[in-house]
Design a binder for this molecule. Structure first.
Ligand code: GLN
Length: 194
């Protein structure tokens, strides 16, 4: 059984853990470097990217996560987690203390105030039917590098992307009880350990 870490500083940690349990994985709350060393993969949840980033920095987790990522460790960032994975952030508000591992450019809260939260039916590459996605003060992915695979778009913009062992979504797949996106992530763990 894969041990899948959920970074547990802040945000919707419980919902991700529940999705992992439903899929038969063992969720592990990750707050320290030792916790990180004990897991096969990591989910960085939605929440507030400035807060999560500060805590990553304070607990000296940025380099250890980056080091593991460089050797194929699977990481999935949702919403604030996507911002923390992004190589660059445009617009007024950067998120300091990012991991900066994924070659995408994002704008925090990019969908604007009038649509702070919305839902959309997405066509996701590899899924047989549409996926209902919940967006909450979501970042916009402004551009993606050549090596990034876009797995889903909303109104033409990428919202679910993958590059080797890294995956990120601007929406929250843990909120609807549809675990197919988590399942896709778990499949990358099998690949990484093969
Ligand atoms: N708006 C948040 C940020 O910029 C992300 C929101 C979320 O994770 N739901 O960090």
């Amino acid at each position: 059984m894969s041990k899948v870490g959920v970074l547990a500083f802040q945000g919707d940690v419980r919902e991700h853990s529940a999705a992992l349990e439903r899929l038969g994985a063992a969720p592990v709350l990750v707050k320290t470097r030792d916790d990180l060393a004990s897991v096969d993969a990591l989910i960085i949840p939605g929440g507030e990217s400035t807060t999560i980033g500060k805590l990553l920095d304070r607990f000296d987790m940025i380099d250890p996560i980056a080091d593991r990522a460089a050797s194929g460790f699977p990481i999935y960032g949702t919403c604030a987690g996507l911002i923390l994975l992004a190589a660059s952030v445009t617009g007024k508000h950067d998120a300091p203390h990012r991991l900066g591992l994924l070659d995408i450019e994002v704008a925090r809260n990019g969908y604007g105030r009038q649509v702070d939260s919305f839902e959309s039916e997405l066509e996701v590459k590899g899924l047989a039917s549409s996926f209902r996605a919940v967006f909450i003060r979501a970042p916009i992915i402004e551009s993606v590098g050549d090596a990034i695979e876009v797995l889903a778009r909303c109104d033409g913009r990428p919202v679910l992307v993958r590059s080797a062992n890294l995956m990120a979504s601007s929406f929250h797949p843990e909120m609807t009880g549809d675990d197919r996106v988590h399942e896709m992530f778990l499949e990358t763990i099998t690949g990484a350990n093969a």
